[in-house]
Ligand binder design. Structure first.
Ligand code: HEC
Ligand code: HEC
Length: 291
């Protein structure tokens, strides 16, 4: 009897040992995937210096939420705490600005590669890849108005569920996400909607590369905007309150912090574009049904 118990004990120890090895191995592989360095992109961006540059850059920063993740003084902050997936801090950019060139910032913002060659995670570079050279140069002029303040922030912590996501390819580093997106663009609805389409690039971060909605954030396909009338849409953009006076989650936070920076004309152009995009999509679905 004792012997059986003993052997069962060995067996159990073996299973536990094998599990520990598997967990340790998975940890090591995910850690290597997170840290694997990438080649730094060769970029030569220089901040704009004309009189309107800082103001234009301020709007680019507002619309793209730089302060939401990097703090009002760019001192950095913890913006996401969702263990066992991930806990993440926006780094202190006011300190980074003192050490890095405009081109270093461009490599991070539009290519997802930090000045020290590490691949970035959780920094939405795959959405910011759509910024034009002019927007990026204006943004730099604005960021350069900040002086060093605060302390260095920790780098993110990835929990077991987050690591599983990395191993399964569900969570990608930003350079990998940019590569995977390839030439995918949001739909072109014709020249009369060009202005609205330009503004809609700022929705990509949370609504997906083609505005099709994102599983991770549970955000809808932006065809939903076609069901909004002009008044409700403007209210959603300015206050984050949805049609029917509904308070939402993240969307209710980003209305006031980001999209209230848009003028009424811009909001109307954005709505026009989203309606035209939805119409094209509905028409395509109908054609597919007839065939
Ligand atoms: C959703 C949150 C989020 C938003 C929005 C965001 N960032 Fe970041 N950013 C991060 C995180 C997280 C990191 C660090 C990622 C890492 O270490 O892998 C980062 C890193 C950076 C870096 C690299 C800093 C370094 O350590 O060298 C720069 C530069 C940067 N962000 C600039 C910006 C700018 C400019 C904007 C606005 C256009 C912006 N970020 C918007 C989260 C964000
Ligand atoms: C920082 C992330 C984020 C950004 C940026 C963002 N959204 Fe959203 N949005 C969400 C999420 C998440 C939801 C789902 C509701 C929720 O959880 O807040 C949502 C929901 C919506 C809805 C559905 C509202 C309803 O009636 O239920 C609309 C319309 C919308 N967003 C429009 C936009 C437009 C237009 C833009 C770009 C100008 C945009 N969003 C940018 C995160 C975002």
């Amino acid at each position: 009897m004792n012997r059986i118990v003993k052997w069962a004990g060995y067996g159990l120890a073996g299973v536990v040992g094998a599990c520990a090895l598997a967990v340790g191995g998975a940890f090591a592989v995910s850690e290597a995937m997170i840290r694997w360095p990438v080649d730094k992109p060769r970029v030569a961006l220089v901040a704009s210096s004309d009189p309107g540059a800082v103001e234009r850059g301020r709007k680019v920063a507002r619309l793209n939420g730089c302060h939401d993740c990097h703090g009002q003084q760019l001192e950095g902050l913890k913006f996401h705490d969702e263990m066992p997936i991930i806990r993440a801090w926006g780094p202190n950019l006011s300190l980074a600005l003192a050490e890095q060139t405009d081109a270093d910032f461009d490599a991070a913002v539009r290519h997802g590669v930090a000045a020290d060659g590490r691949r970035l995670w959780m920094m939405p570079s795959s959405a910011f890849a759509h910024l034009t050279d002019q927007e990026m140069a204006d943004l730099m002029a604005y960021l350069r108005t900040y002086k060093p303040t605060g302390v260095k922030q920790p780098r993110f912590q990835v929990g077991p569920v987050g690591r599983l996501g990395v191993l399964l390819g569900k969570f990608k580093s930003e350079p990998d996400a940019i590569r995977a997106n390839g030439r995918l663009q949001i739909a072109d609805a014709g020249p009369e909607y060009a202005k609205g389409r330009e503004i809609a690039r700022t929705c990509i971060e949370c609504h997906g590369q083609t505005l099709e909605g994102a599983e991770f954030l549970k955000s809808p396909d932006l065809t939903i905007a076609a069901s909004y009338d002009a008044e409700d849409f403007e209210k959603l953009m300015r206050t984050g309150i949805a049609a029917g006076d509904r308070k939402l989650g993240l969307m209710t936070a980003v209305g006031p912090s980001r999209f209230s920076a848009l003028s009424s004309e811009e909001i109307s152009a954005l709505h026009g574009y989203l309606k035209a995009r939805a119409q094209r999509q509905f028409a395509a679905a109908e054609t597919a049904q007839i065939q």
